[in-house]
Design a protein around this ligand. Structure first.
Ligand code: ATP
Length: 232
C-alpha cells in the first residue's frame, strides 16, 4: 500500500528551485534512504510530507490526504519526526522529557519507559539530559519520535555529528524497527551505517531525482555524484 505519494512536485523559494518534477511513492513497510549533498532538497521533501510547507506545483498525498490541508492535524499525529542534533531541556531526565511529550500526544503512561528500553536508554532513564552524549540525545529523540506509534517515521540526518559507535547504536535501533515492519524515510548525505537498514534509495541532486533503486543497483551507475560514497 502506498502511504506517501508525491507527484510532479515543485518547490520554489524566491528564485531557488529546491525541488523540480519530483515523483516519489513510499510503500508501507519500506525503509527509504533519501540521499544527496547539502542543498539537494532532502529537508524540503520531509517538510512537504509533514505538511509544514505546500508545494509550488504538483501534489503531495500522505495517507491519501493533503498533509497541509484540512486533515493536517489527523495526518501529523500519524507521523514521527526526528531532526539532526536534537536538543531537550537539559535539567530534565530522559524519562521526564518523554513523559512530557507523551502527555502532549495523549500516549499511555507505560509508553515512555518501554520506548526508552527500545532505544537502549533504560539505564539512563533517570539521568538528566545534560549528562547524555550526543548519541544518547539522538536515541532519546528517536524515542520521542516513536511516541504514539506513528505509521511513518521521518528521520532527517539523524546521525550527523555522532561517532561511529554511536552511529552503529542508532542504526541498530532502526534495524529493530525495520524488523517490526515500520515505514521509515531516512535522509542522509552519508552512507555509513545506512546500507544495512534501507530497502531502497532515492538520490537527489539540485532538487531533481537523479536515480532510484536498491543500493546494489545504484552501485552499478558510475556516473552518480555520490558513487564514491556508495562504493565505500
Ligand atoms: P542539507 O543537507 O544542507 O539540509 P537538503 O538536501 O536538506 O540540504 P534543503 O534544505 O531541502 O536541502 O534545501 C534545498 C534548497 O532550497 C537549498 O538551495 C536551500 O538553500 C533552499 N532553501 C531551503 N529552505 C529555504 C527557505 N526557507 N528559503 C529559501 N531557500 C530555501
Amino acid at each position: 500500500m502506498i502511504i506517501v505519494d508525491l507527484s510532479q512536485v515543485e518547490k520554489h523559494y524566491r528564485g531557488v528551485h529546491a525541488l523540480q518534477q519530483l515523483d516519489l511513492q513510499i510503500q508501507q513497510g519500506e525503509i527509504l534512504g533519501l540521499f544527496g549533498h547539502n542543498g539537494a532538497g532532502k529537508t524540503t521533501t520531509i517538510k512537504l510530507i509533514l505538511g509544514l510547507i505546500k508545494p509550488s506545483q504538483g501534489e503531495v498525498r500522505v495517507f491519501d490526504k493533503n498533509p497541509a490541508g484540512s486533515h493536517a492535524y489527523q495526518i501529523r499525529r500519524q507521523l514521527g519526526f526526528l531532526q539532526e542534533n536534537v536538543s531537550f531541556y537539559q535539567q530534565m531526565t530522559g524519562l521526564e522529557v518523554l513523559n512530557y511529550f507523551a502527555k502532549l500526544k495523549g500516549c499511555t503512561a507505560r509508553q515512555p519507559r518501554d520506548l526508552l528500553a527500545q532505544v537502549g536508554l533504560e539505564q539512563a532513564a533517570d539521568r538528566r539530559v545534560k549528562t547524555y552524549s550526543k548519541g544518547m540525545c539522538q536515541r532519546l529523540g528517536l524515542a520521542q519520535a516513536l511516541l504514539g506509534a506513528p505509521k511513518l517515521l521521518l528521520l532527517d540526518e539523524p546521525t550527523v555529528g555522532l561517532d561511529p559507535l554511536a552511529t552503529r547504536d542508532f542504526y541498530s535501533s532502526i534495524d529493530a524497527l525495520k524488523q517490526a515492519g515500520s515505514t521509515i524515510v531516512l535522509c542522509s548525505h552519508l552512507l555509513a551505517g545506512v546500507e544495512k537498514v534501507i530497502d531502497r534509495a532515492l538520490i537527489l541532486k539540485q532538487g531533481r531525482a537523479l536515480a532510484a533503486g536498491s543500493l546494489s543497483e545504484l552501485r552499478q551507475q558510475a556516473d552518480l555524484p555520490v558513487n564514491i560514497e556508495l562504493q565505500g
